[in-house]
Design a protein around this ligand. Structure first.
Ligand SMILES: CC(C)(COP(=O)(O)OP(=O)(O)OC[C@H]1O[C@@H](n2cnc3c(N)ncnc32)[C@H](O)[C@@H]1OP(=O)(O)O)[C@@H](O)C(=O)NCCC(=O)NCCS
Length: 175
C-alpha cells in the first residue's frame, strides 16, 4: 500500500526517473518541469534540504507561507508527491490552495492521486486545517475527479490574474 513519507535519499533513483518521465512528456507541474536533473543527482542532500526550506523553523521569503512536501512511495518506488500549505495567503486563496499533487506519468490512472489527496487531507487535519482549499484547472478532468472523490465541494469557477486558464476552487473536509 503506498504511503506519504518525507522526501528521502532512499528514493533518489526512482525520483529522478520520475522527473525525467514528466519532463519527457511535458506533463509535470511547473517546479518539476524546471528541475535540473544532473545538478540534483550530483548533490541530492542539498536538493532534499531545498525541499524543506518552507517548513516551520526556517525564515520565509516575503509573501511565503509555511509548507511541506511529502512523497507518495511504495517500497523504494517514488510514485508522486503532494505539497501542503499550512496557511493561505491572498494568492493561495485565489489559486493553489492548501494542497497540490502530482503523480508520475507511468503511475497514473491507478488511483494514486485519489489516495495521495486522502492522505494529505489527514495530514492537513493534524495541522489544524478543517477544510482544505484545493484548486485545479477547469479542463483538468483527472484532478477534478480526484478532488470530488475526496468529498470536495465546489465553490465555483474563476479566472485569476497571471493564470491563463479558468480554474475551479473546491473546499474539502479533512476529517
Ligand atoms: C491529475 C493527476 C494528479 C491524476 O492522477 P492519477 O493518479 O492518474 O489519478 P487517479 O488514478 O486517482 O484518478 C482519479 C480519477 O480521475 C480519472 N482520471 C485521471 N486522469 C484522467 C484523465 N487524464 N482524463 C480523464 N479522467 C482521468 C480516473 O479515471 C479516476 O476516475 P474514476 O473514479 O472514474 O476511476 C495526474 O494526471 C497528474 O499528476 N497530472 C499532472 C499534474 C496535475 O495536473 N496535478 C494536479 C494539479 S491541480
Amino acid at each position: 500500500m503506498p504511503q506519504l513519507v518525507k522526501p528521502d535519499a532512499r528514493y533518489q533513483t526512482s525520483f529522478l526517473e520520475a522527473v525525467r518521465e514528466a519532463q519527457a512528456d511535458g506533463s509535470g507541474l511547473p517546479d518539476t518541469m524546471g528541475f535540473d536533473v544532473p545538478a540534483i543527482a550530483a548533490d541530492f542532500p542539498t536538493f532534499l534540504s531545498s525541499l524543506r526550506r518552507y517548513e516551520p523553523g526556517n525564515e520565509l521569503p516575503e509573501g511565503f507561507v509555511n509548507s511541506e512536501y511529502l512523497w507518495l512511495v511504495e517500497g523504494d518506488t517514488y510514485l508522486g508527491r503532494v505539497s501542503i500549505r499550512h496557511t493561505l495567503n491572498e494568492r493561495l486563496r485565489e489559486f493553489g490552495g492548501h494542497i497540490g499533487y502530482e503523480i508520475r506519468p507511468t503511475a497514473r490512472r491507478r488511483g494514486h492521486a485519489t489516495l495521495a489527496l486522502r492522505l494529505a487531507l489527514a495530514r492537513a487535519h493534524d495541522l489544524g486545517i478543517e477544510r482544505a482549499l484545493v484548486t485545479c484547472d477547469v479542463e483538468n478532468i483527472g484532478s477534478r475527479a480526484v478532488i470530488e472523490a475526496n468529498g470536495g465541494e465546489l465553490e465555483g469557477e474563476f479566472t485569476v490574474p497571471d493564470h491563463d486558464r479558468p480554474l475551479r476552487r473546491y473546499w474539502v473536509p479533512t476529517a
